[in-house]
Design a protein around this ligand. Structure first.
Ligand code: ZN
Length: 520
């Protein structure tokens, strides 16, 4: 647990060098003690530019910190940036240097850290290191910082309670109800949806002898990349799609027979937060599967044996892991809850692409509302090339016109040249990926490759942002498309991404490079 100091742990007294002026925020001591009791190590991560500006001395600051520990208990580490913005150091938040340093001092990695702070800089520094950021706004927090944060809490005690709740939620309270020989796991929908369910599927695989995955045609290529899956059944569930095909009774009868033939002891049905698991649960009942687990806010009656519920805002991988836990499964020790791919199926990068270390720019998306406008991607390609980056422009077979146009401004056009496994191989050797909220962002997360996320706010960033990988979020988080879940942009001009400044992408890459060699 990383905590900002001023405005988060103690009241913000600008450039305070006086221990007598230290006032903890309400409930801080008890909240920190709950974290300590849960076995979490705590570090304070703070910008103190008053040192650079000569407003107080190092000795005065240490006296303030001694007073903070007197009032709030001991911290396992103190990380201080003594610089000013003009120093352009790697440690002043929003740069991620202090977050990496804190993780090292606590004996862990940044991706396992949660950082609580009161302004956008705190959250941005956490994200840029691959940590999770929680924003606890104060009256001085700017509205756009609140809109951009993936996770906000009303005060420090509430943030701590939710952190502890999320940690507990991925651990089973009871083992599965009897041994599991075959588990049927289900994730319909597209590649990104399947990829973010990967950690939960690994958890089920750790507790079952055989895992059969039911996926749809759009998720099949991603399903092939997931560790822990022994067998795949590909079959569309028409009601899942945004432009749904009719439900054909004969087709449903044949799917039910196929699911029955799996002879599963248990089914775990993973869904997005806006989908219902119940239609499929009925088919699984008809297929004779006796133990069915799913998330359902709708009353499931006798359709589910484990009815799980998750608050809005939990990252999709954790949301799925918490369902696996409710079904009795957890990741084995040593398997971190990060996205992973099967190394044996990720394709080798074509040799004509040169050395690793290029930037992948992926302008398209399965949903046009989440794609980067081509003219913006074109300006980004030109700016990256001018800044000395080697750019590879990627896209699917139906995105060739866009990738050609973007690559003409700077970069190599790989549009239509790769399948998902091929793209995974190319992404794995990139220094960073510039991409919207779509499948390749999750491929990058799975490879530990930093992401510049051009994130259309149609769905919550906290749920769908690149998971536990160094990330810079760009785009207007409070655009009118926010939380509409729209597949095509409902607002003329696609304003959430049309104003992205190409220079900000170049700056983001500089910030993400801070962790290279030191972080993950
Ligand atoms: Zn610094």
């Amino acid at each position: 647990m990383l905590l900002d100091r001023d405005g988060t742990l103690i009241e913000d007294v600008p450039y305070n060098g006086d221990p007598e002026k230290v006032r903890p925020v309400p409930g801080a001591r008890a909240a920190l003690d709950r974290l300590r009791a849960a076995g979490l190590r705590l570090a304070v991560v703070t910008n103190q530019s008053g040192l650079a500006r000569g407003y107080f001395t190092g000795e005065q600051m240490r006296a303030v910190h001694a007073r903070v520990e007197e009032l709030l208990g001991r911290f396992d580490a103190w990380l201080v940036c003594p610089h000013d913005d003009e120093d352009r150091c790697d440690c002043r938040k929003p740069a991620p240097g202090l977050v990496y340093a804190a993780a090292r001092e606590l004996g862990t990695t940044a991706s396992r850290c949660v950082m609580v702070g009161d302004i956008g800089r705190d959250v941005a520094a956490a994200l840029a290191a691959g940590a999770t950021g929680v924003l606890v706004p104060t009256p001085v927090t700017r509205p756009e910082e609140i809109a951009a944060a993936g996770w906000t809490a009303s005060d420090l005690p509430a943030a701590v309670d939710e952190i502890l709740r999320r940690q507990r939620a991925v651990l089973p309270t009871t083992p599965p109800d009897g041994p599991v020989r075959t588990a049927l796991v289900v994730r319909s929908d597209s590649a990104g949806d399947v990829l973010v369910t990967g950690p939960a599927i690994r958890a089920v695989a750790a507790g079952a002898q055989r895992v059969v995955l039911l996926c749809g045609p759009r998720g099949r290529a991603a399903a092939d990349l997931l560790p822990g899956v022994d067998e795949i059944i590909e079959h569309p569930l028409p009601w899942i799609d945004s432009t749904p095909e009719p439900v054909d009774p004969e087709d449903m009868r044949s799917l039910t027979a196929r699911l029955g033939a799996v002879d599963a002891d248990q089914a775990v049905v993973f869904t997005s937060f806006h989908q219902s698991a119940l239609p499929l649960a009925l088919l699984l009942r008809m297929a004779g599967i006796g133990r069915i687990a799913a998330i359902s806010d709708d009353y499931p009656g006798s359709l589910l044996d484990v009815r799980h519920r998750v608050p809005v805002g939990v990252p999709e991988p954790e949301r799925a892991l918490s369902l696996a836990a409710a079904a009795g499964h957890r990741l084995p020790d040593g398997d971190e809850p990060v996205l992973r791919l099967r190394h044996d199926v990720v394709a080798e990068r074509p040799s004509d692409l040169g050395d690793p270390g290029y930037v992948v720019l992926h302008p398209g998306s399965a949903a046009s509302s989440r794609a980067c406008p081509p003219e913006v991607a074109t300006r980004i390609a030109a700016a990256l090339t001018a800044a000395g980056h080697r750019v590879l422009v990627t896209g699917g077979p139906n995105e060739r016109a866009v990738t050609a146009r973007v690559a003409a401004a700077g970069g190599t056009d790989l549009g239509g040249r790769t399948d998902l496994a091929g793209l995974a191989g190319i992404v794995a050797d990139a220094s960073a990926v510039v991409v919207g909220n779509t499948g390749p962002a999750h491929l990058a997360a799975a490879a530990g490759v930093p992401v510049v996320s051009l994130f259309a706010p149609t769905v919550p960033f906290g749920q769908w942002g690149p998971y536990r990988v160094p990330t810079v979020r760009l785009g207007d988080a409070s655009a009118p498309c926010r939380d509409t879940r729209a597949a095509s942009c409902p607002v003329p001009g696609h304003p959430c991404l049309s104003d992205v400044d190409p220079g900000a992408v170049v700056d983001a890459l500089r910030m993400l490079a801070v962790g290279n060699g030191g972080g993950r």
